[in-house]
Ligand binder design. Structure first.
Ligand code: 3NM
Length: 221
């Protein structure tokens, strides 16, 4: 663990994830709009049919990183540890198919490390190996990730929160401002979304609605 858990939990409130294939407009414009609406954390996830590679991928990453830097939004890179190190990103997010979390932790030093987990075993291992936060999903049906696991609803999230009171947790998969509140009530610190913001007519307004949906529950705690 490299980041104070309370600080990490606050960063997870509205966690926007995006790559060029998720956008209907210029990614830079979508990200700027989302930041205006109040996102707390950003992940660059360049995946799917037609995604960028090599220099083009790096160039887009740097442009989006610069936009995040202007607003003090930490910039996380999905999977690509080399890229994260090369451009000095603030952190990386990995899945179970990637390098083990302890190996990644040694490579990235004190950068933020997020790990996707689907059961208690994976969660315990990720925490022991140095994860700063855990991603849990898909909570609801999603068509954004081709190889998403079966929808898991809120059961695992609730069990994990009971077992680990202070571990920073974020839900993912099919989340909108309408269906976000039960995820926070179940114990997540925040929600990560792709489509709800990247495909919105106004990413700014969508991010704002997500922010209010999450905070309305947190305030009642
Ligand atoms: N990971 P949307 S679901 C990137 O279950 C990702 O681990 C998932 O996109 C997981 O907000 C998912 O458009 C896609 O549903 C999230």
């Amino acid at each position: 663990m490299a980041v104070n858990p309370q600080v990490m939990s606050n960063l997870l409130k509205v966690y926007f994830i995006m790559g060029s294939t998720n956008c209907q407009h210029a990614p830079e414009d979508v990200l700027r709009s989302a930041i205006k609406g109040g996102i707390n954390l950003f992940q660059f996830r360049e995946k799917g049919a037609g995604c960028l590679h090599g220099d083009e991928k790096e160039s887009l990453a740097k442009r989006l990183q610069a936009i995040c830097n202007e607003s003090n939004i930490p910039f996380i890179v999905n999977d690509d540890i080399e890229l994260a190190l090369k451009i000095n990103a603030d952190g990386v997010h990995i899945g179970q198919e990637d390098e083990a979390a302890d190996v990644v932790r040694r490579r990235i030093g004190s950068k933020i490390l997020g790990v996707s987990v689907h059961n208690m075993n994976e969660a315990e291992t990720a925490i022991c190996q140095g994860a700063d936060y855990l991603g849990i999903g898909p909570i609801y049906p999603t068509s954004t990730k081709n190889d998403a696991k079966p929808v898991q609803g809120l059961t695992f999230l609730k069990d994990l929160r009971s077992a680990a009171a202070h571990v920073p947790i974020v839900g993912i998969g099919g989340i909108t401002s309408v269906n976000a509140p039960p995820i926070i009530e179940a114990g997540a610190d925040g929600v990560s979304v792709i489509t709800a913001i990247s495909h919105a007519e106004s990413p700014e307004e969508s991010a704002r609605q997500l922010y209010h949906a999450v905070n309305s529950v947190l305030k009642n705690d």
